[in-house]
Design a protein around this ligand. Sequence first.
Ligand code: ATP
Length: 474
Amino acid sequence: PEKVMNKLVSLAKRRGFIFPSSEIYGGLSSCFDYGPLGSEMKKNIKDLWWTSMTRLHENIVGIDASIMMNPTVWEASGHVASFNDPLIDEKTTKRRYRADHLIENHIEKLRREGRDEQAGSVQAAYEQASEAGNLNKALYQIIIDEGIKAPDTGASDWTDVRQFNLMFQCNMGALAEASGSVYLRPETAQGIFVNFHQVRESSRMKVPFGIAQIGKAFRNEIVKGNFIFRMVEFEQMEMQYFVKPGTQLEAFEEWRKERYTWYTESLGISPDKLHWYKHDKLAHYADLAYDIKFEFPFGTEEIEGIHSRTDFDLKQHQEFSGKNMEYIDQSTHERYIPYVVETSAGCDRLFLALLSDAYTEDTVDGEERVMLKLAPKVAPVKAAVLPLMKKGGMAEAAMELRNRLARSFPVQYDDAGSIGKRYRRQDEIGTPYSITIDHQSLEDGTATVRFRDTARQERMAIDSIQGFIASKLV
Ligand code: ATP
């Protein structure tokens, strides 16, 4: 699995999908830049999500809220008080860990070693700990009692456990004191909740309706790593669906189905790599929660959460802002604070899921090749136009076709090296179609279209190629 990740990271860098951020200065932990192909592919993911959520649902509209908000938002949402991770430091190596992760990994290790009884008792103590009054102390006690060692160094001289808030805090303008500090949002959802009435009124929405948003979120994650899986700056694609209380579980089921088929049918992710995970332990405000997990090379991990959040958020904002958050049903005159079903996906995690799902090594014509088997909709480049030779007018005809196709979708022109080499270059970045202009093209207006996955070729009328490819992108 490590090997696969190394190959992905290296391909991503070599071909301009993802670079470490500010690398000439040594980079910055867990920060990445999307290169020419990466930004194109990421845009495709966001466009596909946006279309499936807003354009295809007449009762869902989009917004683009500010990253910085009035700090009271984060008090109302509960993030100031409890968006925390329990941290512990190892004194000799000065390395920092998440206490909960150390314990979870320890339990897993015990299970792997067949020590189920001990695993069970640690699990029980761990579960009790999160309900106990003094969580930090309870977590610390488990780590000491079990003699848990730092995974990378084996050291075990631990500090106390303390809660660490994941929000980035910064100062705004002239206000130097604490009241002048604002947060970088740790999720996009709150921008939707605070705009509930404004969106509803301006778009004349009736419950049930949804508000969708794509945007950056920031979390001061302590445990980073696994490439773009866990970043401190990442992009979320969230939709909050407002429903009448009592109808939330029905709405939840519908969204659960729809979100799953979006991954398999629209994005072409292998269904056998997607798994449902039902939360047994719910946040105090939630009444149902599922995650969609993907089998990454390093483990099966969450890419999207689907949560039934009751009226918690709107109620909190009503209390903290003093503004009425009720909805009045015009036909029945009922008044209520709507319940919310949310779908919350990470764009970067999905990007990584798509890359690792697409990564394929196979043999074509006796030659090994690396290919990204991306769905045409997701692929950063839809077609390559390749003149068989530069001479004889083929280059000009190919460039002309490139320019024509470029008005509809991203295309590349390539005349460097053997045709086989040029095909491989395209396979490696996931281009689904390679069009070769040859002698015959100049005579009868046809070209060969090569299909990435099978390497099969088909002669088509040049004038029909644009329509053919466009039909694969809807
Ligand atoms: P995790 O348990 O992995 O930290 P989470 O349960 O805190 O994730 P949510 O708060 O439900 O995540 O956020 C919704 C989505 O946002 C996640 O499913 C994930 O795709 C994405 N996401 C959350 N944190 C990060 C991060 N640090 N880097 C990249 N994506 C993230």
